[in-house]
Structure formats: C-alpha cells, structure tokens
Design a protein around this ligand. Structure first.
Ligand SMILES: Cc1cc2nc3c(=O)[nH]c(=O)nc-3n(C[C@H](O)[C@H](O)[C@H](O)COP(=O)(O)OP(=O)(O)OC[C@H]3O[C@@H](n4cnc5c(N)ncnc54)[C@H](O)[C@@H]3O)c2cc1C
Length: 488
C-alpha cells in the first residue's frame, strides 16, 4: 500500500516505522525542515535544546516500542534515572522529590500528620489505576460503544474513580495544601486543571514516584533520532519542507495528497498533524468528522511561553527538573481556563539538563529551558513577549538567588504564534486537547475518520493522549488498524 504520513512528529515517525516494517511503501511529508515536531531539537552556539518534552517517563512504553523492531532502548541511547526526580521551589521552602520512596515517605511525614502512610495508600491506588489502564485501555482502539461498555471496564469503574476529579480525590487523602500541590503538579503535563482532570490521572504519581523520572543522555531528541532511524531503516521516505495543503477525496477515499512540493497518489493517509488543522484545513466540510463547531466546544489545552536560554555560568541552586510554585496557583489556572490572559503570578517549570549532561552546553555554561502554561488563543506580540520575558527573568533571579540577565548568551522565545505558524496548532495550543472527563479515552477524537475510509489519525489529540509515550502507543494502535484491514 502507498501510505502517506502527514507530519514527522514522534507520532508520525513512529507510525512510519511501524507501517514500513509491515511492508508498506511509506512517505512522510513534513512542513518544517527537521524531524520531531514539538519534540524537535534546536542547536545554537554549542547549546542543544530539546524544544518541547524534557521529562522521560514510563520507560516500559519505550522498551515495548523498540522491542517491536527487535531492538533495545540502549541500542539508541543511555538512560539515566534522575535523583532527585525533581525539585519544587515553594515561597518558604525548597523540596526535593527523591528517587527513593522511603525518603519521600519521610518527607510526607514531615508535611502532614500520618503523611507517610497516606502517601503509601495514595500511591497504591495510583498504581492500581496505572496497571488497569496499561493492560486494559491504553493500547486499545476505543472506537464504538462496545469498548465503552465492556463488563471488565464497568467492574473496574469503582477502582478507577471514573467520575471523580483530581481535586476531590486529593482532598480524600491529604489535608495540607503542600502535599496536594506536590502530587497535583504533574497534571500540568496533561494540560489539565485539577478541578476537572479525572481522578484516573492520579496514576501519574505512580509513574513519577514509583517508576521514576529518567533522562536519555544527549536529550529527549534521542527519541526522535531513534524513531527516524527505524523509519528510514525499513524504507520510509521522509520529505521535509513539504507541507500538505489539501486531501482530495473521491468515493469517500483520499486519492491524492496535494503539497507545496507537488501531488501524490495515495492508498492510505495517516495524519499526525494537529487534528483540527487536518480536518478543517485539508478536507472539504462534507468529509470532516469533526468540523469547526466541534472544536469550538472543546477545552483546548494550554499554549506555552517557552524560553531557551544559554547562560555563560552555572546556577548552583537548580537541579535537572525544577518546578517553581512561588505563588498560589489558583489564579494561574483561572487565567488559563476561565479568564484567558497572561498569568500575573505564574507557576512554571525550569529544566536544566546541563546539570548532568555535558553534551548540551559548552563547558561551565548552563542550558535552561523554561515553560509557562498560558491560555490558548490570547494575544501574542513581540512587545508582550519581551515584557513577559523580563518579568520571568526577574522572578527566576529571585527564586535561584543569582543574577541571570547579565549571563544570557543565547536567547529564544517560542510561544503562541510559533505553535500556530510552525505546527498549524489550533489556537496556538502546545499539547492539543485537555484531558477532561469528556475528552479522555473513548471521548477523544478517533483514530479513523468516520467519513473518509482510508484516512487515519495518530498523535496527541487521539487516545491515549498527550505526551511522547502516549503518541508511540497511538501510532501502534493506528498501524494495527491499518494492517488488520489492508494486510501487512
Ligand atoms: C513545551 C512542551 C513541553 C512538553 N513536555 C513534555 C514532557 O516533558 N514529556 C512528554 O512526554 N511530553 C511532553 N510534551 C508533549 C509532547 O511533546 C507531545 O505530546 C508530542 O511530542 C506530540 O507529538 P505528535 O506526534 O502528536 O505531534 P507533533 O509533535 O505536533 O507533530 C506534528 C507534526 O506535523 C507537522 N505538520 C503540521 N501540519 C502539517 C501539514 N499540513 N503538512 C505537513 N506537516 C504538518 C508539524 O510540523 C509537526 O512536525 C511537551 C510538549 C510541549 C510543547
């Protein structure tokens, strides 16, 4: 089969590798000039920046993916477990979350009465959820009611607290705000708000406390290199600076893919590009399963104000992953989800991979990546960016206790307009669709178009959702659907 994959994000590259290995003739068409999409790498003056993902979680998902090709993670990169897993800066305290569970129990014992036992119980329920999801749900195509009403899922419903949310679940276990905040922070990964993120996602605490926070030496870009290497090894043709502008549908099938570099006849198309863009911009209205009215009603995940900074000095107070919770974050969530505006008192994340990786910065320098979740669709201009940049640098100086503004030798800002321009992201979203109850699992947009027979979708908008491991799974689901129907 001649399969065209739109987009060389991790989802597109993984789908290309799997489909090429199954014997299909695969061509990947990518708008930008490099692979990886949101996980691209940007290099400047000896600094190597991962442009998006920096947390390597759920190592078993990566192992499983490479095993399909008879390969191991260590064939592609060296994986290191980080300790501390991360550091949280509160206004009056700095807390390290350790790779050692006993140390974390001691910490929670200090934070609140009976905290060690509560953490243990909380993590137990998180583990049950994770294991159920991994075995029962994550790798499944959830189209159709049969999947939703499977007896196994209904029976498991109570264990999974399907109808509860993170905030409610958290208040059942912990009485101090600090303990709750530590465990809730990670849902920001999911582009979520504690008020409406399903309690199911408390499984993420099992992921970071028990399974660990890892780092592929050289950076997360190693995952992009690995998936690209596999795709090319099995014969996929990857074409950069080739934007798809239209899908021509005849008899309910895509027959031609129109691009900025010519037209191609296709048997099957897999889109890894942002789902709203693929549907609204590439297809005529009659062939859109999810038209404009659908996306307008959805909770779109935050965009981000991202900084890539090369500093000509070291910052002692930082570790690899740093979470800055210097303000009460309720206001920040309101400014993302309820009153869209630039956050006055943001909670943010600061990554410093040069702490343990000397390949990502020149000697005695620091590679710093800052992400602040912001509302999708708000105004973005050079003036707003520069003013916000100054505000954040000042705050970083306060938190780290060192001057930064005089040590910046590389600077790049990436925000709303860049997400829209570079990736055709709807409203400039960084990560697609928020994981609310009505946008999770069965309720995410499908892997297969309902209106165009040979059109499939992979990537972070689809089940299981946001994050690099999740899009590897989505691509495996899609490759299996295609192979089942069209043969391999
Ligand atoms: C700032 C940030 C931090 C993150 N942190 C983490 C983290 O720590 N850990 C983690 O696991 N995940 C993280 N994520 C999420 C993770 O990066 C994404 O979920 C994942 O990379 C999405 O991959 P994808 O393949 O679905 O889409 P994308 O990476 O968006 O790939 C889509 C590709 O399609 C291309 N494209 C779009 N339109 C067209 C067109 N018309 N023609 C041709 N090509 C087109 C785009 O250029 C892009 O290359 C983060 C994301 C961001 C933005």
């Amino acid at each position: 089969m001649r399969i065209f994959v739109i987009g060389a994000g991790v989802g597109g590259l993984a789908a290309a590798a799997l489909l090429a290995k199954s014997g299909h003739q695969v061509t990947v068409l990518e708008k930008t000039s490099s692979p990886g999409g949101r996980a691209r790498v940007w290099e400047k003056d000896g600094f190597v920046f991962d442009m998006g993902p920096s947390w390597y979680l759920m190592p078993e998902i990566f192992e499983h993916f490479f095993e399909i090709f008879g390969r191991k993670v260590e064939d592609f990169y060296k994986l290191i477990r980080l300790n501390p897993s991360y550091r949280i800066f509160f206004p009056d305290d700095v807390i390290d979350i350790s790779a050692d569970l006993e140390e974390n129990k001691t910490l929670f014992g200090r934070l609140e009465k009976d905290g060690a036992r509560k953490l243990e119980e909380y993590l137990k329920q998180a583990q049950i959820k994770y294991e159920y999801l991994l075995e029962g749900l994550m790798y499944k195509d959830l189209a159709g009611l049969r999947a939703m009403f499977s007896p196994k899922l209904i029976a498991a419903g109570w264990k999974l607290s399907i109808l509860s949310n993170m905030e409610k679940l958290m208040s059942k276990y912990f009485s101090t705000e600090r303990a709750r905040k530590i465990l809730q922070y990670s849902i920001v990964f999911l582009g979520g708000n504690p008020k409406n993120t399903p309690a199911l996602y408390s499984m993420i605490s099992h992921i970071d406390f028990n399974l660990g926070v890892w780092y592929p030496y050289g950076g997360l870009g190693k995952i992009v290199e690995a998936t690209q290497e596999l795709a090319v090894k099995y014969g996929a043709d990857i074409r950069f600076e080739t934007e798809v502008t239209r899908l021509v549908v005849e008899d309910k099938e895509v027959t031609r893919v129109i691009t900025t570099k010519g037209e191609f006849e296709a048997d099957i198309v897999v889109s890894n590009a942002d789902y709203p863009h693929s549907e609204m911009d590439l297809l005529d209205r009659e062939f859109q399963t999810y038209p404009k009215s659908y996306w307008e009603k959805k909770t779109i995940a935050p965009s981000a104000f991202v900084l890539y900074l090369g500093l000509n000095k070291k910052i002692e107070s930082l570790t690899h992953h740093n979470v800055i919770l210097d303000y009460d974050w309720v206001r920040h969530f309101e400014q993302i989800f309820e009153e869209p505006s630039w956050p006055d008192e943001p909670a943010y994340y600061l990554c410093c991979p040069s702490k343990m990786d000397d390949t990502v910065a020149p000697p005695d320098c620091e590679n710093i990546f800052v992400t602040i979740p912001i509302s999708p669709g708000i105004e973005d201009s050079p003036e707003i960016r520069e003013a916000y940049f100054d505000k954040i640098i000042k705050h970083m100086e306060k938190v780290t206790g060192t001057t930064i503004s005089d040590s910046i030798i590389v600077k790049r800002i990436f925000s709303l307009n860049d997400f829209s321009q570079d990736y055709n992201a709807y409203k400039g979203t960084a990560v697609g669709l928020t994981h609310t109850f009505s946008q999770s699992a069965f309720f995410r947009p499908r892997h297969r178009s309902k209106r165009v027979k040979n059109l499939f979708y992979t990537g972070q908008y689809t089940h299981p959702g946001i994050g690099v491991p999740m899009v590897l799974i989505a691509s495996e689901i899609v490759a299996n659907l295609i192979n089942k129907e069209y043969g391999s």
